[in-house]
Ligand binder design. Structure first.
Ligand SMILES: [Zn+2]
Length: 291
């Protein structure tokens, strides 16, 4: 025979068994279906015939009475047995991984603002510590970090590309300035990189040269004074040789400018040093970017 009772809002079905039978069967608890002297219908302990509900109530009262003592004991225990406590925590979280993740997610959703604020504050206070930890972690786990970055990149490829495009469009001047500074500081490295690239992609170099030649041809009117142009190129070479500073012949209005295109004629040519040339190219880029 069995009966259904409610224990802590849970309905459970229990077999009716006498204390004697339960003891013979090696059970720790038994259930008669009859109320205890305080009127609870619950299981009882074979060893003391105590009703479980009474036990819970008495236990609670006892804990409340000894609250400070228990807290102090627990505190001391945690302090004296840090490894045991950590191992127990680890075992618990290993055994309840999914439940804990689900709970954390729910908790976060319910307390989003509070938790975000808390985290922000923590980050602010521990900025240096976090940075140092991150640095050390990256140093200790290069493969993990690389794998993580790769995964993150794969997962956010399109967003990143779109963001980069937007950012670059909005920061043209800064980027140009930064690029020039970087080039200046890493001239030899960059030159070597250029050489390697051109060696690996010979077709690109010839294509670019051919394109320049074509543009030059298209922008050269029949009435051009070839002698004057030749003289300018010769003068540029002479200046380079005499000063050791790279000079070149520059089109005052670029041949394939964004707004207007100049002609390959003597009146549109000037001799500039490399530095002047890159400063000028920046100016033209700015004009183009602000139009
Ligand atoms: Zn009771």
């Amino acid at each position: 025979m069995s009966r259904t009772i409610a224990v802590d809002d849970c309905k459970i079905s229990l077999e009716i068994v006498s204390r004697k039978d339960a003891r013979e069967r090696g059970m720790k608890l038994y259930f008669t279906g009859k109320p205890c002297k305080r009127g609870h219908i619950d299981r009882r302990r074979v060893s003391g015939a105590c009703c479980q509900k009474c036990e819970r109530i008495l236990g609670k009262l006892k804990r409340e009475k000894n609250k400070d003592k228990i807290t102090a004991y627990q505190k001391k225990y945690r302090k004296d047995n840090p490894e045991k406590v950590a191992a127990r925590h680890k075992k618990y979280s290993d055994d309840h991984k999914e439940e804990m993740a689900a709970y954390q997610k729910l908790y976060y959703q319910a307390n989003k603002e509070k938790m975000d604020a808390q985290q922000e504050k923590y980050r602010e206070v521990n900025r240096e510590r976090i940075a140092a930890y991150g640095k050390q972690y990256r140093k200790d786990n290069p493969e993990k970090v690389a794998a993580l970055m790769k995964r993150h990149y794969e997962n956010h490829k399109e967003e990143k590309a779109a963001y980069a495009k937007q950012y670059n469009a909005g920061h043209k001047e800064e980027r140009n300035a930064h690029g020039r500074l970087y080039y200046k500081a890493n001239k030899e490295k960059e030159a070597a990189r250029g050489r390697r690239y051109r060696a690996a992609h010979p077709e690109k170099g010839t294509e670019k040269a051919a394109w320049r030649k074509l543009v030059l041809l298209q922008r050269t009117p029949p009435w051009v004074n070839r002698d004057k142009i030749k003289k300018l190129y010769a003068e540029s070479q002479r200046l380079t040789d005499a000063t050791g500073i790279q000079h070149s012949v520059d089109h005052i209005i670029p041949l394939n400018g964004k707004l207007i295109s100049g002609l390959h004629v003597e009146t549109n040519l000037q001799i500039l040093t490399l530095a002047e040339n890159s400063a000028k190219s920046n100016k033209w880029n700015s004009v183009a970017a602000h139009s």
